[in-house]
Structure formats: C-alpha cells, structure tokens
Ligand binder design. Structure first.
Ligand code: LLP
Length: 422
C-alpha cells in the first residue's frame, strides 16, 4: 500500500498535504511516512516468522535513513540496528534501541569506536579482517572483557544493481575470505578477549535476483557446518540486507515472502538465530524529497530544463549511481506531458536528476516530489555549494513534525574559524 497519494488533486503523505509541509518548512524538504516504515518492517517480520525462521533479529541498517525519529519508529516495533560508526551507534541508542539489538559492522572501525561499542554493550561486533580481529581482541583485553564477535565473510557472490554497491565479490574490500574463516574463527575461540558467536555476510544492495542471495546463504551454511564439525559453536547467522525496491522504472523486486521462503529452504533447519540488516526495503518508499521549480528554461533546440531548488547535495543517488527516481508534481497540471531535463542549481552537469523525463506541464513555483527517496537520501546529503542540510519531516496520520530542522547560515558558519595568522 502506498501512503503517498493524490488527495483532492494534491499529493499527500498519509493525511498531510505535501504543499502544507512545504509552505511551513520551506523547500527542499524530506518527508517520511510512519505508516510505510511500520508496514515495511512488519511485512518483513511476518514473512520471516511465517517461513519458520523463528525469532529473527531485524537490525535495520541505520545508514539508509538515520534520523533518530525514524529509528525510534522502528525500534518501538522491535527492530534492532545495524551500525557502521560510533555516530550510528549513538543514534540508535538515542532512539532507545537497546544495545543488545545493535550490531556493529564496517570495514574500518577505529580503536575508539570499538571501545565505545564494548562499553555500550552491543550485541556483536562484525569483524571484517584479521587485523581488525587483533585490534578488537586488544581493546577487549585491555578492558578485561570478552567481546562477542561474528566474522563477516566475503562469500564471493556477485549481486547488486550497480558496481558501486556490490560488496560480496572476492575482489571487494569487505569481509574475510572464505578460506580464512575456519582459522580466524578458531583463533577467536581461543582468545581470552573474543567470544565468536557467529558469521555474517552482506553481498550488495538493490538486489533483485534471489539466486545470488540463495547462493550466499548456501555458502554460509557450509561454513557453519564446517565450523561445527571442528567443535566450534555458531549461534547466530547474519545474512545482511540488500533486498531491492521498485524505483518505478524497474520490474518488481522479489517480495519479502519469496525472499524468506528461499532463505528458509537453505538455512531454516540450521539451528541458529538469524539476523538481517535491511535498509532500503524499509526506508526507501517511506520517504520523498519535495522541491520547488525555480525556472523552466526553453532552449531554441527544443530542450526544456526545469531548475529545482533541490540539488545533488540533497539527493546524490542520480549523480552518483545514475539512479532513477520517479518525479511527481505535487499538484499535477492539466495538459499534455512534456519532456524535461530536471536539474539542480549546482555548478556541475552531474547535478542532473533526469534527462528527457516526460512530466505533466510544470511552471515556476510548482512543487515536485522525488519518490522512493527515504533511503540513502538525507543520509548521503552534504552542504556542497554551501547549501544548508535539508530538513526532515515525519508524518503520522494527520500529524506531522519537523524531525531535523534546516540549519541556519549562522549554524553553518559557526563551525568554522580563521587561524590567528589571518
Ligand atoms: N548491511 C551492510 C553491512 C551494508 O553495507 C548495507 C548497505 C546494508 C546492510 C543495507 O543494505 P540495503 O538493505 O539498504 O540494501 N548508497 C547506496 C547504497 C549503499 C548500500 C551500502 N551498504 C544507494 O544509494 O543505492
């Protein structure tokens, strides 16, 4: 079900018109739907439980949308958090997600971050390499504790919609090589500073092909059985995130139910607690970016440019991955659709959201919404061109609240200073 629909000729998020939010908060602005966030979490949970996968941990990947109110919405339903930095752990804790539902992943954790995670009492640290294993061991021993750790494995499986978001091939920077798993797991088991509790993998993002997920699960199963045959205990298996979402120009990705069934067929009887790290499938379709048309420029060659007040600093995905986002006028005008190049005001050609996109006629002052922008939208935004970060709004039925305010120019400048020689 879609919670962004035309109501009285105007696009609304649940019971709130996007125009009203834009008038109050200004544009550009991210708007998130509580009902969609909740529904996506629940659909996934029901699919996993329904497939007989016990009581899995759904550790929402904070990087997709790390707003504390979004995390709190999911945490209240029972979600955990997959985190990749001290900042993300702090966000999850600020959202009252219990530490024992927080995973700490990432290929470059610092000693300070590891110490922070251990003090916070996170459920497990997903170790990605041998030098990291040594560092976690040292930090834990210095503290006189034994760190619960999992090994993140590189299962050598190709998956993901774009090379920049594929993570599971042998030549990617992520995870421990398959042939090193046994040795490193045994090493952890024999260490006074480490307590290996399981294995983890994550093969990529925006995955539409369940065969790659299945292949990874099968390889992980083989590893679990191999470790157990060596007398090592494996309690938890984390299969990562990665399930794709429809960006409107693509075929429907597999449903959570199909995903759960395929996973259950491979690892359902393994006797492990399963963990998942979904990001995009929870947050993407729960958010839009609302922007205003500044100018419509007609060129002599017939090309039409729509210049928005949103730019690549607000929504980077089209510039970075050639990603497609559906663009909808908030109040569609009558008339024949026209082809537009939809661009932002930033001084580089990469600041282009869409070329030759057929849209209802647009005029200066109109509002448009970028759909499916709830994941990797606000979190990847920056202040490039000294544009203040985009505010975020959370809607719940007829209620809405600003959950991240637009910083003022004073806020932006207050972080900087000139050295005394200037
Ligand atoms: N777990 C780990 C260890 C990850 O690295 C990621 C995403 C996830 C879980 C969540 O994956 P998801 O379920 O969201 O696919 N910025 C890119 C996506 C980068 C994904 C990075 N890792 C984009 O905008 O498409």
């Amino acid at each position: 079900m879609n919670h962004f629909e035309l109501t009285g000729g105007e696009l609304a998020c649940e019971g709130v018109s996007l125009r009203r939010i834009a008038e109050d908060v200004g544009t550009p602005v991210y708007v998130y739907s509580t009902a969609t966030l909740e529904r996506h979490y629940q659909v996934l949970r029901e699919a996993l439980v329904g497939a007989g996968l016990g009581d899995p941990l759904i550790a929402y990947a904070v990087k997709a949308n790390s707003n504390v109110a979004v995390l709190r919405t999911l945490g209240r339903l029972g979600a955990g958090a997959d985190t990749v930095s001290e900042g993300e752990i702090r966000r999850a804790l600020a959202a009252q997600i219990p530490a024992d539902r927080i995973l700490f992943s990432g290929v470059g954790k610092t000693a300070a971050e590891i110490a922070f995670a251990l003090d916070a009492g996170v459920l497990e640290i997903n170790i990605e390499s041998e030098p990291e294993l040594e560092l976690v061991e040292k930090v834990a021993r210095d503290k006189g504790v034994r760190a619960d750790v999992a090994l993140r494995v590189n299962p050598d499986v190709k998956a993901g919609a774009h090379d920049k978001i594929s993570t599971g091939k042998a030549d990617s920077k992520f995870g421990v090589a398959l042939q090193d798993v046994g040795r490193l797991y045994a090493r952890a088991a024999n260490s006074a500073g480490l307590n290996p509790v399981g294995l983890a993998c994550h093969i990529g993002s925006q995955i539409s092909d369940l065969a790659s997920m299945e292949e990874a699960a099968r390889k992980m199963r083989g590893l679990v059985e191999g470790l157990r045959a060596e007398g090592l205990s494996v309690e938890r298996l984390d299969l990562g995130g990665g399930l794709g979402v429809p960006y409107f120009n693509q075929p429907e990705p597999p449903s959570p139910a199909e995903y759960a069934a395929r996973i259950a067929a491979v690892v359902g009887d393994l006797g492990v607690q399963l963990a998942f790290e979904p990001g995009r499938m929870i947050a993407a379709n729960a958010g839009v970016l609302v922007a205003k048309v500044l100018y419509v420029i007609a060129r002599p060659d017939g090309r039409r440019f729509v210049v928005l007040d949103a730019a690549m600093n607000d929504l980077l995905r089209p510039a970075m991955y050639d990603a497609f986002h559906d663009i909808r006028p908030v109040r569609p005008r009558e008339g024949e659709a026209l082809a537009y190049d939809v661009v932002g005001p930033i001084c580089e050609t990469g600041d282009t959201f869409a070329r030759d996109r057929r849209l209802p006629p647009l005029e200066a002052g109109d509002l448009v919404a970028f759909m499916t922008a709830g994941a990797y939208g606000a979190t990847m935004s920056s202040e490039y061109n000294s544009r203040p970060l985009t505010p975020e709004v959370l809607v719940n039925g007829d209620r809405w609240a600003v959950v991240r305010a637009r910083p003022s120019y004073e806020d932006m400048l207050s972080r900087e200073s000139s050295p005394d020689w200037l």
